[in-house]
Ligand binder design. Structure first.
Ligand code: MN
Length: 244
């Protein structure tokens, strides 16, 4: 199983959770929210290649951490993975739109200059500007739209751009989420949890709860859980093969 977007470093005991992920035979992409978190977070990847760590600057704090772009550039050669990055169009962040855009553009440009990275992208209430930015930086590398919640026509545009999607249990709870997943090309779908942010009731999801997403995806695809699992694994291999 694969959790291609979670925040191991935001759990109270990240290294213990990482150990459990290995025990569950999970492949994990642990994204980060600030460049200054990178040196400590990257240690989660030590001890095997099942856990990979992405260098990020989350759009919800882009206005507070724009001054860390220098750090971002300095650490970028140390990883093939970038995230969590992107744009967030929530009304309370409207006044920070320009910061977000500058930060995201800077990051996409830096990824392109570095020969391309695998990028986990946040696009809440901002699917169109996110797609515009990605389209403007075609050499940034493969982008995975995490927890995509745009419109059907924005989804179609993303599919036409050959982007990837990571889908988690929280997204699959809603009818709209399931409808979006049904329209995603099967060979571009991965699983995620967005743990510990994403919750089931009042309890944060754990990375291994990604099995719930696999089960739901199998239902949407009308295939057996084993077949869904094998499609998801081959998608993951195709995405990461060029960087291994
Ligand atoms: Mn996240």
């Amino acid at each position: 199983m694969i959790d291609f977007h979670c925040h191991l470093d935001l759990f109270p005991e990240p290294f213990a959770i990482a150990e459990k992920c290995r025990a569950h035979n999970l492949y994990v992409l642990s994204v980060t929210t600030t460049p200054s978190a990178w040196p400590r977070s990257r240690e989660l990847s030590y001890g095997g290649d099942r856990i990979r760590v992405a260098l990020g600057l989350h759009p919800q704090i882009a206005h507070e951490r724009e001054n860390e772009l220098g750090l971002f550039d300095r650490f970028l050669p140390q990883t093939k993975y970038v995230g969590e990055v992107g744009l967030d169009g929530s009304p309370e962040l409207a006044k920070h739109q320009q910061h977000q855009k500058r930060v995201f553009d800077h990051i996409l440009k830096a990824c392109g200059r570095a020969g391309g990275k695998i990028i986990s992208v946040h696009s809440r209430r901002a699917a169109t500007p996110v797609l515009d930015a990605i389209a403007a930086h075609p050499s940034a590398g493969p982008c995975i739209l995490h927890w995509f919640s745009g419109s059907m026509s924005e989804l179609k545009r993303a599919v036409d751009m050959d982007l990837w999607f990571s889908v988690g249990p929280a997204m699959l709870v809603s009818k709209k989420g399931r409808q979006l997943v049904a329209e995603m090309p099967r060979h571009r779908v991965l699983t995620e949890t967005d743990s510990p942010f994403a919750q089931r009731g009042a309890t944060p999801l754990m990375p291994w709860d990604v099995c719930e997403a696999e089960g739901e995806i199998a239902k949407i695809w009308q295939v057996s859980p084993e077949e869904a699992s094998s499609i998801l694994l081959s998608n993951f291999r195709e995405l990461v093969a060029p960087v291994r």
